[in-house]
Write a protein that binds this ligand. Structure first.
Ligand code: SF4
Length: 317
């Protein structure tokens, strides 16, 4: 598992993207419009000075970085190279279609160490319904190439895309198991106002996941990730998305905590079924008792449903 480093995030909303994906509005998701280069160079410079002895990354998010004109990419990286130290590398996120040997060679030469691919789904039917412009096989090839060329690989998946089903989720799980990226980000799909998906939703042609469904799917992915040595770095859209911009879908500022709480509930039930005593630490208690005891109630319900009555629980709160 790669050692986590401090990350300074920069946003280049939808820059380089050859078309706009039906669900995307990076300006709203990131809360940024265009990057103020002079301001960010000064911010990065301060970030570097404040953490001289730590491993650091400067990350370019929200764009198809490798689809940007090569001269612009080089110029941008050159500017940031002037303000970083030897303990800093670069991380980018990009679209799987803009990965090839030549691009990766340039990325390595520019100090990029980690590449996150916005794959979203490995299933052809889902990719087609979402008009992503590539097949599952192409996504897999791009990811393999990134990995084999020695980069740290991050995969972004988007549960709840049109045409996704339990079978397509299973396909994604098998793809992750085969690929074993270092990092996984899970962004359950939400309908953002003003996107093409918002129109589809308004016409009744798309139904997003319920919050609880999305939590279950992400908890399943998280269990798989743990088993396969994949580090999950994000679950749920960034909280800088204004909730008023969300028309529908499983958006919640505490989404990641709900997934952790769901996993804790599953763990407690498994241990109780083995007859073990559970001692919860403060953080675990807070997970269960947060949001008016939401997951404590879920735990009690599930225990009832699996015929273990609450007083049999050796669960010390
Ligand atoms: S490629 Fe990524 S950043 Fe660009 S429009 Fe699609 S989802 Fe948004």
């Amino acid at each position: 598992m790669p050692k986590r480093s401090l990350i300074y995030p920069l946003f280049l909303p939808m820059q380089g993207c050859k078309h706009r994906c039906i669900y995307c509005d990076q300006n709203k998701i990131s809360g940024e419009n265009t990057m103020d280069l002079a301001k960010e160079l000064a911010n990065v410079s301060r970030f570097i000075a404040n953490h001289p002895d730590e491993d650091k990354e400067v990350a370019f998010y929200g764009s198809s970085f490798t689809a940007l004109p090569a001269s612009y990419r080089a110029e941008l990286l050159q500017q940031f190279h002037k303000v970083v130290d030897a303990k800093t590398s670069f991380r980018i996120s990009t679209h799987p279609l803009y990965i090839n040997e030549e691009i990766l060679h340039t990325c390595a030469a520019m100090g990029i160490a980690c590449i996150e691919l916005g794959i979203q789904d490995f299933c052809d039917e889902v990719l087609l319904a979402t008009k992503r412009g590539y097949t599952g096989e192409q996504a897999m090839q791009a990811a393999m190439l990134v990995k084999h060329q020695g980069f740290t690989l991050g995969v972004q998946l988007m549960p709840g895309l049109p045409a996704s089903t339990p079978a397509t989720i299973e396909h994604n799980r098998l793809a992750l198991t085969a690929l074993k990226p270092e990092y996984l980000r899970l962004y359950p799909l939400v309908v953002i106002k003003g996107t093409p998906l918002a129109d589809t939703y308004a016409q009744g042609l798309y139904a997003p996941l319920e919050l609880e469904e999305a939590v279950q799917i992400c908890a399943d992915y998280a269990e798989l990730a743990e088993q396969e040595g994949i580090t999950i770095i994000k679950q749920g859209l960034p909280s800088n998305l204004n909730p008023q911009e969300v028309l529908a879908g499983p958006f919640h500022p505490s989404f990641g905590e709900f997934v952790l709480a769901e996993r804790l509930v599953r763990h407690i039930i498994r241990e109780i079924c083995k007859g073990k005593e559970i001692k919860l630490d403060k953080k675990q208690r807070l997970l269960l008792m947060g949001y008016r005891g939401k997951y404590w109630a879920i735990l009690q319900n599930r225990l009832k449903n699996c015929s273990v009555v609450p007083y049999e629980m050796n669960c010390i709160l």
